[in-house]
Design a protein around this ligand. Structure first.
Ligand code: M6P
Ligand code: ZN
Length: 190
């Protein structure tokens, strides 16, 4: 496999877009159907316009442990019922691969979970550098009223495993309760 031959610079523009990017992901509510805790609110939100929830601008790299993929995510503000807009969330296919998140604008929570049931949430704001340790699934949530933008860096061979999260979800939900941000266990929310 050919490794990236030369060093180079990337930049993040004022709108949070990584330049130069080589691939882009756009996810609407319908692309993550079944992931929000309130199925009726989710169905209504999809019927009411199926909003774009987030966009990822990524500079792809060779699938090799020695490479680092860089991307920015623009996670839009919004809620499904009382649950804030969020990414799908994933484990890495190679579980032992860590990741770094760097908050650029807006505010949110980084929700983390391990397959032994451990879970936690790290608040993120501009300047926050969050270390996602190996073997932890990760999801971001926009708890503010403007786009939550962050940069992520992860190993070229890490891969994305969505299946476990699609079937089991995260043990923690991030909700608006009495006008405040509340991180609650899934059981407590039901
Ligand atoms: C971050 C990184 C990306 C990820 C993106 C969206 O930018 O972790 O690898 O793709 O968030 O998250 P997800 O893939 O879970 O939808
Ligand atoms: Zn990841």
């Amino acid at each position: 496999m050919e490794l990236t031959p030369n060093s180079f610079a990337m930049s993040v523009d004022a709108g949070g877009i990584l330049e130069p990017w080589t691939s882009k992901i756009e996810r609407r509510l319908s692309d993550m159907a079944g992931m929000y805790a309130d199925p009726d609110a989710e169905r209504d939100a999809i019927a009411a316009g199926d909003a774009v929830v987030y966009e990822v601008y990524q500079h792809d790299m060779p699938n090799h442990a020695g490479e680092l993929v860089v991307c920015t995510t623009l996670l839009y503000p919004g809620k499904v019922g009382d649950e804030f807009f969020m990414t799908k969330g994933h484990y890495h296919e190679i579980r032992e691969r860590a990741e770094v998140y760097y908050g650029l604008s807006g505010e949110g929570q980084l929700v983390l979970a391990k397959d032994d049931g451990a879970a936690e949430a790290i608040p993120m704001r501009p300047g926050t550098v969050a270390y996602v340790a190996p073997c932890w699934a990760h999801r971001t949530v926009n708890t503010g009223s403007e786009p939550f933008v962050f940069l992520a860096v992860y190993h070229g061979d890490a891969g994305h495993d969505y299946g476990t999260i699609e079937t089991e979800g995260f043990p923690l939900l991030v909700l608006e309760r009495d006008g405040e941000v509340a991180v609650v266990s899934r059981q407590e929310a039901q």
